[in-house]
Design a protein around this ligand. Structure first.
Ligand SMILES: [Zn+2]
Ligand SMILES: [Zn+2]
Length: 134
């Protein structure tokens, strides 16, 4: 039986579309330098079981290996950053800004705060982790 769609999403131009058919983690804001360069600022990611992500349209989806640890999925037409896929890991991160509203999610933490940019303050009171969550 096909699982119910929890939420759908896609890139800015609409060429990449996906559905999520399982639970989503709360949103985590990542301040690392790789995310800030890829997204233009802090990255906000939920996370899902890779098996729960169903691609509806992905012809323009490309993957960039930002490090040996992970690949980042983006749309080759509009440049939207959608996914972070670890080389070894149990979850796939989905950029929260690419989800259709309402997401039903809340932001739960900030990670890699030791790498935060010097042009903004961490002032939202969320739990802060200097590195990763785990
Ligand atoms: Zn696009
Ligand atoms: Zn990051």
């Amino acid at each position: 039986m096909t699982a119910k769609i929890r939420v759908a999403g896609g890139c800015l131009c609409g060429a990449v579309r996906y559905e999520i058919r399982g639970p989503l983690r709360g949103v985590v804001n990542c301040h690392c330098g790789l995310c800030r360069r890829m997204h233009g600022h802090v990255a906000a990611y939920t996370a899902v079981d890779p098996n729960d992500l169903v691609m509806v349209a992905a012809a323009t989806l490309r993957w960039y290996a930002s490090s040996a640890r992970a690949q980042r999925g983006f749309c080759s037409i509009c440049g939207a950053s959608l996914f972070w896929k670890p080389a070894h890991g149990r979850h796939l991160a989905v950029a929260a800004g690419t989800l259709d509203s309402p997401t039903g999610l809340t932001t739960i933490a900030q990670i890699y705060t030791r790498d935060a940019g010097d042009y903004y303050e961490l002032s939202d009171g969320l739990p802060e982790y200097p590195g990763t969550l785990e």
